[in-house]
Design a protein around this ligand. Structure first.
Ligand SMILES: [Zn+2]
Length: 289
């Protein structure tokens, strides 16, 4: 962790031409971040979605790669260190440290643009991230002719390639529950009047299907689940928790307080809207004093 965290800083420092002289008076290149020694840690989690090369398409769920790059640079300058799922879990299990200002980067929905626009930046800056897939979309775009970068999702060959990277953790975002159409199930929520036992079986089956698809193609255990649209009930949580995920991602906008050696609670995340400036994003994730 220590070595990787230091390299994250080092790579951004030297990989980004925009930084210029700002950094020279700041931190020494290659300086290892000081690890927090306490039993609690504040973890900010950022949630990105679609990426566009066309600034006219920027929106609440669409950013440009330049915005992402700018966020990484600003996070580094503000003293943050991007951490991996392994780092967070090790702390929660009482076996590892986290740096003083850890941040977890997440990308939802598995858009096709991730591999061309974001993955090279992650590799260049050695930044770990979580990529949450909807199994049905990945199945569909593995054989669809229409591969428009406006909405297409990654295919399984690409997911396999990404999963082999040390910087990408593939997560479950449901097999087929990423929908909000009128009269249909909203995300992973129960239908009105749906019998609880039927709902439990339905939900467990959907999430297990997505796990199975990912495991078959990547050979890796699925440790993270992101609630579609952040929607859940107590029963949803109970089903999800029984499936044995190590980390759950919600859409509640808050900084998380982690306790060393204590089970990880569902993590709040801040949506990185493309309509915000990098400075506004940083303001959002600063823990309240
Ligand atoms: Zn989503």
């Amino acid at each position: 962790m220590r070595e990787r965290a230091a390299m994250w800083g080092f790579s951004i420092l030297f990989g980004s031409a925009v930084l210029g002289s700002i950094l020279l008076g700041g931190m020494e290149p290659g300086t290892k971040p000081v690890m927090a020694s306490g039993d609690t840690a504040s973890l900010a989690v950022l949630m990105y979605h679609q990426v566009t090369g066309d600034p006219a398409r920027i929106g609440d769920y669409v950013v440009t790669a330049q915005q992402f790059s700018s966020d990484l640079t600003a996070l580094l300058l503000a003293g943050y260190t991007a951490v991996s799922v392994d780092d967070v879990l090790a702390f929660a299990e009482g076996e590892g440290d986290l740096p003083p200002k850890p941040v977890l980067i997440t990308f939802d929905d598995g858009y096709e643009t991730f591999i061309a626009e974001i993955y090279p930046i992650l590799c260049e800056t050695k930044t770990p991230c979580v990529l949450s897939l909807v199994g049905k979309y990945t199945d569909f775009y593995s054989c669809a002719e229409d591969q428009s970068l406006s909405y297409a999702c990654l295919n399984w060959d690409e997911v396999e390639e990404l999963a082999a990277s040390p910087y990408v953790e593939i997560a479950n975002h449901s097999y087929a529950l990423h929908q909000m159409a009128e009269g249909e199930r909203r995300g992973a929520l129960p239908l009105e009047g749906e019998a609880e036992d039927e709902y439990r079986a339905f939900l467990a089956n959907d999430l297990t299907s997505c796990n199975r698809c990912i495991q078959e193609r990547t050979g890796k255990e699925v440790r993270v689940f992101a609630y579609p649209y952040g929607l859940y009930t107590d029963v949803t949580c109970d089903v999800v928790e029984n499936l044995g995920f190590s980390m759950l991602l919600t859409c509640e906008e808050r900084v998380n307080t982690l306790h060393r050696g204590e089970e990880l609670k569902p993590l709040g995340r801040f949506n990185r809207s493309g309509n915000l400036s990098t400075e506004e994003v940083l303001q959002k994730i600063e823990p309240e004093k």
